[in-house]
Design a protein around this ligand. Structure first.
Ligand SMILES: [Zn+2]
Length: 311
């Protein structure tokens, strides 16, 4: 069967296990978390930034050699691209204040701005661009969702609506490239980070955040870790993300936990979606507490990694 035919007509029996680890190409793989939930949701809704599609995912495999965790079978890059272009997510706009709180904390990790140029990949509605501009950077965005890019442009930013490789091919370069909660959504993170490498000027820096599958919380919760979900295609840990960054040419300079600041209302709805038996009680709590309460949320299972492109 040709590769194209396999993609067009997924045959679970034929594609029952991946041939090799995505990261180290080793062949010692095991099914870590079997598929569960209602199956793969269709269309753009599954990829919303605030998606509540917890407890539903395709099979997730683990490499016994390097520890990489990834979905398999994988969706086609084309399918993902068109889904991302169609994403609309009004709840994200409702959480605007908390996103700003989170980003104002995160921007400090980038050091003094000194007028440096910055590309925020997956810029979404432009909130980080706004915070970066306020801090003294000269930021631009890359965002595939037409809806979100429209928001970001309305704040006065240049937002590229093209894939990373296309922007890199134009010869664009930045002092800093940021990817906040983006790398786990790529169909081919290695190819995307290779493009990121070309987009960082020699001596410049990349900063990424993602869920940390090597964290204590993730390991303790196992299959109940709430970030095992359809829209997360790759589950990095500190070691595997560092390996991939170094593979494409970066030198890792820092790794730390990443703190999200969210409203009580959003947190309770997330928890309700993750642990369904508790949902009725949480719904009652949700009505009782001020929804605007801002809570720093850090279970140690989100990480921020920094790396430099050698000059
Ligand atoms: Zn591996």
């Amino acid at each position: 069967m040709t590769e194209r035919a396999t993609r067009r007509h997924p045959e679970p029996r034929l594609a029952s296990s991946p041939a090799a680890c995505y990261l180290c190409r080793g062949g010692r793989l095991r099914l870590r978390f079997p598929a569960r939930g209602e199956g793969t949701p269709e269309g753009a809704a599954a990829y919303n930034c605030t998606s509540f599609g917890h407890r539903s995912h395709p099979p997730i495999w683990e490499c016994r050699d390097c520890g990489m965790l990834f979905q398999w079978p994988m969706r086609s890059a084309q399918e993902l691209l068109s889904a991302y272009q169609d994403v609309e997510d009004p709840l994200y706009v409702a959480e605007k204040e908390n996103r700003y709180h989170t980003f104002r904390k995160v921007v400090e990790a980038l050091g003094p701005a000194r007028g440096r140029t910055l590309l925020d990949v997956g810029a979404y509605c432009g909130y980080f661009l706004d915070v970066a501009r306020e801090a003294g950077f000269r930021p631009e965005g890359l965002e595939l969702s037409r809806w979100a890019a429209g928001h970001a442009r309305s704040l006065g930013f240049t937002v590229h609506g093209v894939p990373l490789a296309e922007l890199a091919a134009r010869g664009a370069q930045y002092d800093v490239v940021t990817l906040w909660d983006v790398v786990e959504h790529f169909a081919d993170p290695r190819a995307e980070l290779e493009a990121v490498f070309r987009l960082v000027r020699p001596g410049g820096h990349v900063y990424l955040s993602t869920i940390d599958a090597s964290s204590l919380v993730a390991r303790l919760l196992g299959g109940r870790w709430p970030w095992l979900m359809d829209m997360h295609l790759f589950y990095f840990g500190r070691a595997t993300l560092a390996t991939l960054l170094e593979d494409v040419g970066f030198r890792v300079t820092d790794a730390r936990t990443y703190t999200h600041i969210i409203s009580a209302d959003y947190l309770l709805r997330k928890v309700g979606a993750s642990f369904t038996p508790a949902a009725p009680v949480l719904e009652w709590v949700r009505r009782a507490v001020p929804s605007a309460w801002a809570i720093p949320f850090n279970l140690g299972d989100n990480m921020l990694m920094a790396a430099a492109r050698p000059s």
